[in-house]
Write a protein of this length. Structure first.
Length: 252
């Protein structure tokens, strides 16, 4: 979008140095793509946009891992106090990716721990080393170790634009063209909506207040749970059905 060119740019190294935000508060929104220019126009002039490899928006491929009983999914559905998500995420190329675990912390914070991956295949099976790394992160967070095997459950693909407010130290991510894949299905979720997320060191910051002034309201949304509920309506997924209703689904 042309509005993005109104912002100065920041590279990934500098962005991570200023606000890697591996421990943060996450707030998600659904915004019509047609309203993104208004949203961008309301952000402070000091906002920066991430430029990586000379582009302002880049494709992301995320593979989520869960047990055969979908423990991770149901832990989120039941809002268990101790819950986490395991995923791999790749940026454009398989050699540019991470193994990640997102752990829910007290007082609503999310902690993300990640390790660089250099693998030939996106969505590969988790190795014994991966389990060792994941269990180390869980132990540090005072969580029990993983029990049983975790499998490639669903994959999401989207295009991400990242903005940064250097005053409030908030990241704003804008994800469009959101596709979900299982081994037997493929859906496009909300071709006319963006999933926008504020990643902030505080529960309510400057960007939250700007969104409120624009009438943009937060919504309960987990990309993993949203994808699973879309592909598997039999799972229930009541907390995410409102988001699915708004977004709609199509087959690419």
């Amino acid at each position: 979008m042309n509005e993005l060119f109104n912002f100065a740019t920041i590279d990934l190294t500098e962005l991570n140095a200023q606000a890697e935000l591996l421990r943060r508060f996450d707030t998600k929104y659904l915004v019509e793509v047609s309203k993104l220019p208004e949203m961008y126009g309301a952000l402070p002039e000091t906002t920066l946009v991430l430029r990586n490899r000379d582009v302002l928006s880049a494709p992301y491929t995320t593979t989520y891992y869960d047990t055969s009983e979908l423990q991770t999914y149901y832990d989120h559905l039941k809002q268990r106090r101790k819950r986490f998500k395991i995923r791999t995420r790749f940026y454009s190329e398989p050699h540019d990716g991470y193994l990640e675990i997102k752990i829910k912390k007290p007082r609503g914070q999310t902690e993300k721990v990640r390790w660089h991956l250099d693998v030939p295949t996106i969505g590969e099976t988790l190795s014994p080393l991966h389990y060792t790394l994941l269990n180390g992160a869980l132990t540090s967070a005072r969580y029990p170790a993983l029990h049983g095997d975790y499998y490639n459950t669903v994959q999401t693909l989207f295009t991400r634009t990242t903005l940064f407010d250097p005053v409030s130290r908030e990241r704003i991510t804008v994800d469009t063209d959101f596709d979900v894949h299982s081994q037997i299905q493929q859906l496009r979720l909300g071709p006319h909506h963006a999933i926008v997320e504020i990643k902030s060191p505080t529960k309510v910051g400057r960007t939250h207040r700007i969104f409120t002034s624009l009438g943009i309201r937060p919504i309960s949304l987990s990309k993993y749970c949203l994808a699973m509920t879309a592909l598997r309506p039999d799972l229930g997924g009541t907390p995410w059905r409102e988001a699915l209703r708004i977004m709609g689904t199509t087959r690419p």
